[in-house]
Design a protein around this ligand. Structure first.
Ligand code: ADQ
Length: 494
């Protein structure tokens, strides 16, 4: 009997393509998803389908893709996108409709009907690429909000592959979701997958509530492990994504990272360092965070000089006007706070950096930070929070985390949870963190690190793939303890 194929589909391929004098060159991406799926793809072989991230015809990328695939041990298949498709499908529907709507910001949405038509058409394009490679019984794992109608397009083509989907961003409550002009076709398209994975139980519940609102005939089965609509039963579950804890730990312990962390403390001496690291995005709550810090300094003069906020903003989606405006607002706020409180030749309250850090720098910042201030208005998970815990080797530090980050569900035992909209409460939490006794800091961070270690990214892949093959969704208890080699997924009868 032929072994089933394992196919991953995401908007982008896990490689960054660079044009050189001798044609395109592929550089491996470094995201959590790549790290998590690599052992599975390497051990059992497979295919990753996605946009190569650069404009150009498929044949131009062929040599670079073949070389990268041969080295990685799996096949890479490009889906080329035209400039128009990128405008309407990627920047348009994905990032001007779904991204703000699913992060509870409907007023930021641009519900242009052309965007929806392009989204459907581009999903159909991805579907053709998948269908050419996936036969009946093959396992196709689709990632994220760019590809929510992919299964519907595949079924239209007659696909009998097993189709699973994981949503990396939150799923909104009915009040928000119902604003989407294409709410029914989108939900129906999602129901064409065999398994739907969400980050948290709340996202899963929201999806079910939206379905129940629009389709009163929907039924829950297996104590909520599946939803049935007519003849279709779809498994649903919450699978919190995570990081490669051991890899972060190992790398953060390296001599060069430690030296860089010490250098940071030398540059910003005799104070607590409080770190914020975010992509430039309105969902990350950066301006409210700055206002909370300003409130702290206004309220508690004795804390002036004792804590600095090191805010790193990683450039992202700069070509969208909203993002440009937000960047200006962040810079003005940082300037206002420094203008009001900085002392000549001495303490500067906000150290602001707008750039992409190298891996070494990022880890050194994590290691150096006494406090991490992570206050997204809404976030699917937030891997920065987990990375910070993994890198906090001395365990003598504090995580302040938004209750609206998916990670809060797992990290509530050790983090100081805050409502990011409540600037006064965030200011109080910063004060608590600065003044927290050492014993409490250590106890909290130990709990946090245990939680991240136990449920690392390999555990996440295990759980998801087990749910895909389990007869009963409730039976897929995580089989592996953290730290063990991730051989299990490859052994699954996918
Ligand atoms: P993001 O919105 O990108 O991800 P996040 O989960 O925090 O947010 O991941 C950011 C990643 O970028 C981290 O892995 C981090 O190491 C990296 N990074 C951060 N700062 C960097 C810097 N200065 N230079 C280079 N790299 C940097 C989306 C969802 C999240 C969800 C993830 C995964 O929005 O909610 O957690 O997918 O599912």
């Amino acid at each position: 009997m032929r072994r089933s194929r394992f196919i991953v589909v995401s908007n982008r391929l896990p490689y960054v393509f660079k044009r050189t004098a001798r044609g395109w060159r592929a550089e491996a991406g470094s995201g959590g998803l790549v790290t998590a799926l690599l052992p599975v793809l390497r051990d059992r072989g497979g295919t990753w389908i996605g946009w190569p991230g650069a404009s150009g015809a498929a044949r131009e990328f062929k040599p670079a893709l073949a070389a990268a695939g041969a080295k990685a041990g799996y096949t890479l298949v490009p889906v080329p996108l035209t400039e128009e498709e990128l405008g309407n499908f990627y920047h348009g529907f994905s990032n001007e409709v779904i991204w703000p709507l699913f992060h509870d910001l409907p007023s930021f949405c641009n519900f242009d009907p052309q965007y929806w038509r392009s989204y459907r058409a581009v999903n159909a394009k991805y579907a053709r690429a998948v269908h050419a490679r996936a036969s009946a019984g093959d396992f196709v794992w689709v990632h994220d909000y760019h590809l929510m109608t992919l299964a519907a397009e595949l079924r239209r083509l007659g696909s009998r592959a097993r189709l699973a989907f994981f949503l990396h961003i939150p799923f909104p409550a009915p009040d928000i979701f119902l604003k989407l002009p294409w709410r029914e076709p989108l939900l129906h398209a999602l129901m064409e997958f065999d398994l739907l994975g969400f980050q948290t139980p709340r996202d899963r519940r929201n999806f079910v509530a939206c379905l129940q609102t629009l389709e009163p005939g929907v039924k829950l089965e297996g104590r909520g492990a599946a939803v049935r609509l007519g003849t279709r039963a779809v498994r649903i579950g919450a699978f919190p994504i995570s990081i490669d804890y051991n890899a972060f730990l190992r790398r953060a312990a390296a001599v060069d990272v430690a030296a860089k962390a010490r250098e940071l403390h030398r540059l910003l001496p005799k104070r607590k360092l409080m770190l914020g690291v975010d992509r430039l995005d309105y969902t990350k709550g950066i301006t409210l965070r700055l206002k909370a810090f300003e409130t702290l300094l206004e309220r508690y003069p004795d804390l002036r000089g004792r804590v600095s906020l090191l805010q790193v903003v990683v450039p992202s989606r700069e070509d969208i006007a909203q993002y440009g405006r937000m960047k200006t607002e962040i810079e003005q706020l940082a300037g206002r706070i420094n203008g009001a409180f900085a002392r000549p030749g001495g303490w500067v309250p906000v150290w602001y950096e707008y750039r992409s850090l190298s891996r070494l720098e990022l880890l050194a910042y994590y290691r150096a930070a006494d406090i991490a201030l992570i206050t997204p208005l809404k976030d699917g998970m937030n891997l920065v929070a987990k990375e910070y815990c993994a890198c906090s080797i001395e365990e003598d530090c504090v995580l302040i985390l938004s209750e609206f980050a998916g990670a809060a569900a797992q990290l509530s035992g050790g983090a100081l949870l805050v409502n990011p909209f409540d600037v006064e409460a965030v200011a109080e939490a910063i004060r608590d963190a600065v003044l927290m006794p050492e014993a409490e800091r250590l106890a909290r961070m130990r709990r946090l690190r245990r939680a991240v270690r136990r449920q690392d990214v390999f555990w996440w892949v295990d759980c998801f793939l087990r749910a895909a093959v389990a007869r009963d969704l409730r039976s897929f208890a995580p089989a592996r303890r953290a730290g063990e080699a991730s051989a299990a997924p490859a052994a699954l009868p996918l």
